[in-house]
Write a protein that binds this ligand. Structure first.
Ligand SMILES: [Zn+2]
Length: 177
């Protein structure tokens, strides 16, 4: 059976901003196309999702977009899982497993806000383990530089990227001295 047998006048695509704060429900709808959306954002307080209206003539294009969007939402969920696993495996004796997990997570995206959270959570461990702090500082600085080579930052002015990079690196040094 065809996805849409009767051609409606317009369609809607669910659009969520994919980042570390987006809730799993909103991520699960990212890219969804329908003629009568079963979910109409905002789905909760602070929901930043919206519906994008488009004509049937553009259905094919939006279906292709939907594939990419669903993949990105899935990648974000995987990234969170890896980041959590990395934190769970941080014990200070052999950080190499945690580092490998952090690296995998950072291939998708890397958020300074999550480093701040991590440093608050693991303050005690980091306080008594300067070697671990140094290793993570180097690693996170590398990730923060890598972050801006992601496609989504490509259209931003290089000056702005450089300012972000400089500020971010300073912050990482502050957090993990
Ligand atoms: Zn939302």
């Amino acid at each position: 059976m065809a996805l849409f047998e009767r051609r409606p006048e317009k369609y809607f695509q669910f659009y969520a901003q994919v980042h570390f704060l987006t809730c799993e429900t909103c991520l699960s709808h990212h890219g969804e196309i329908s003629e009568d959306p079963p979910y109409k954002p905002p789905l909760h307080p602070d929901c930043r999702c919206h519906l994008l209206e488009f004509p049937p003539s553009q259905l094919e294009y939006y279906q292709e977009q939907a594939e990419r969007m669903k993949l990105r939402a899935q990648q974000e969920l995987t990234r969170r899982k890896l980041w959590r696993e990395a934190i769970a495996s941080l014990n200070g004796t052999d950080p190499s497993q945690a580092e490998a997990l952090f690296r995998q997570a950072a291939q998708v995206e890397f958020y300074l806000e999550e480093v701040e959270q991590l440093c608050a959570e693991k303050r005690e461990l980091f306080d008594k383990n300067p070697e671990l702090r140094t290793r993570l500082q180097k690693l996170f600085i590398r990730f923060y530089r890598m972050k801006f080579s992601l496609d989504k930052y490509r259209s931003m002015p290089p000056k702005l990227i450089l300012a972000w990079e400089t500020q971010g690196i300073e912050r990482i040094k502050e957090l993990l001295p």
